[in-house]
Design a protein around this ligand. Sequence first.
Ligand SMILES: *Cc1c(COP(=O)(O)O)cnc(C)c1O
Length: 376
Amino acid sequence: MSRTMNFSAGPAALPLPALERARDELLDFAGTGMSVMEQSHRGADYEKVHDEAIALTRGLLGVPDTHDVLFLQGGASAFFALLPMNLLEKGRSADYVLTGVWGEKAWGEARHTANLLGAQVHVAADTGTGDGKAKTWTRVAVAADLKQRDPSAAYLHFTTNETIHGVQFGVDPARPFPDSGKVPLVADMSSDFLWRKFDVSRFGLVYAGAQKNIGPSGVVMVIVRKELVAAGRKDIPKIFQLRTHAENKSLYNTPPTFGIYMVRNVLAWLQGIGGLDAIEARNRTKAAKLYAAIDGGPGVFRCSVERESRSLMNVVFRLPTEADEERFAKEAKKLGMIGLKGHRSVGGIRVSLYNAVEPAWVDALVGFMGEFARKG
Ligand SMILES: *Cc1c(COP(=O)(O)O)cnc(C)c1O
């Protein structure tokens, strides 16, 4: 059986060894005579997996003791609402930095929630140009964009990698926010999680839907400063309070056990190949090859994202016409490469280069792009 070269944005490719491990353990997990899906989340065998997933996250990222690691459900989209629900209160405001559609969605949900709470949300920066459906984003925010910040905001939210527009904050995603000592930084890292190190202590909270880079859909990982958990609202339903999940190690109710098990497999694989330094180097090489193919070709491929903001996770580009893009995706598919169509809202081509995307797949794609450009 040959693996499809899957460049999808999410749910995305998973590392083959993590899938093989799941296959090998499927019918008889740890000698229990059952799959892990069939086990009680209170049982010792499952709990070991759960603890290992948390420990691997802590180890890989160097999560300090000041922060909790949580597994939640409902996707990053549910967290758009849970975040302000926990951290906003009457008379307070939260700042949102918009560098793409996901940030805008997070802000929209926060606006709804703030209305219910008598609180406010405020756009501290928006790097988009144009209006309505024609609005586009081609760069992240820099310190100069942030003149409108509220120094007493409950938090400042931004999206470290905009999955649809291929716009990513660079080496240190917290750098544009140097004076955020008092205002906790909150980041949606859904498509930017666990491929590079970052200084977790600079963030009040980061969250990520697993289906982009660390597992199947159905799991959201949250890393949150314990002080923020403690300061969160207590008058919202218990199930929506971060405190409930922090106090119960994300075992207050039944967690998505099989999803967390898969996250464990993915992170164990990541650790085994050398951790984040190794995967970052591998991902940088993949992205460099692809951008070189875009920029170095005879002008058939065009990436409009500003150089410093170019994403290493989701590479977007255009061809001369939409018909060319159709043909490009169709011919690539014949060669076993899928998931290359841009998000339906923006069109074009999008190549997602998450951890599980093999360097050989990128070589195959780059080879195909060369052929395609030559043939016209
Ligand atoms: C995919 C994605 C989301 C939405 O995730 P769901 O799990 O579908 O809710 C949010 N933010 C970013 C940056 C994403 O890439």
